[in-house]
Design a protein around this ligand. Structure first.
Ligand code: AMP
Length: 191
């Protein structure tokens, strides 16, 4: 007999379990084993953990599960349901890569918005409609102000490395964006 929790005992959607199996993940890391059940119960989370602990996957699994649970009528034009902010382009890209893997069987679309490059490419992808919006604050605000997407359908807000974003002086941008989301009690908040 084993006390170890396995992913398949967490009540996750089959689409997510398939993706986890594809990735070769069977056993949640400690932070995943702690965080995922709390988030699935609807509680907001603040996870303090180093990189390498599986924090990104913990956030993403919780986010996907929440969105899959809530799946009801979708408006014709997709609007972000998951909103993830990161301090750097590299981190945003890494989150999106993990999201591609974990969401491979969900049919949900991912879009990136980060500064410095790919302006038109990102804009086109986002205006075509995405379910997950991942990026850095400045570029997201730029697109938001142009009406490229709306933020009023967001069900999960993720602030990755929030402490670093504050250190980098993003606090005003983050507050601007958070005020455009549905009120905090209507969404799952992960940081
Ligand atoms: P992170 O802490 O989010 O930077 O993740 C660290 C690394 O662990 C990443 O390369 C993930 O692909 C990997 N990882 C995340 N969750 C698991 C898991 N449950 N089992 C094995 N590897 C994992």
């Amino acid at each position: 007999m084993t006390e170890t929790v396995q992913f398949d005992s967490l009540g996750l959607a089959p689409e997510l379990l398939r993706a986890l199996t594809d990735s070769g993940y069977t056993t949640p890391t400690p932070i995943q084993a702690q965080a995922i059940p709390l988030a699935l119960a609807g509680g907001d989370l603040m996870a303090g953990a180093q990189t390498g602990t599986g924090k990104t996957a913990a956030f993403l699994i919780a986010a996907y599960q929440r969105v899959l649970n809530a799946e009801g009528e979708r408006p014709e034009q997709r609007q972000p349901l998951v909103f993830a902010l990161a301090p750097t382009r590299e981190l945003a890209i890494q989150i999106a890569k993990d999201a591609e893997v974990l969401g491979a069987h969900t049919g949900l679309k991912i879009g990136l918005a980060y500064g410095g490059t790919d302006y038109e490419k990102q804009r086109k992808r986002l205006s075509d409609g995405v379910d997950l919006l991942i990026g850095t604050p400045g570029r997201i605000i730029d697109f938001f102000k142009q009406g490229v997407f709306k933020l009023d359908r967001v069900e999960v807000a993720i602030l990755d490395e929030a402490d670093r974003m504050f250190d980098l002086g993003f606090i005003k941008d983050i507050r601007y964006l958070l005020r455009r989301l549905p009120s905090p009690e209507k969404r799952l908040n992960l940081l």
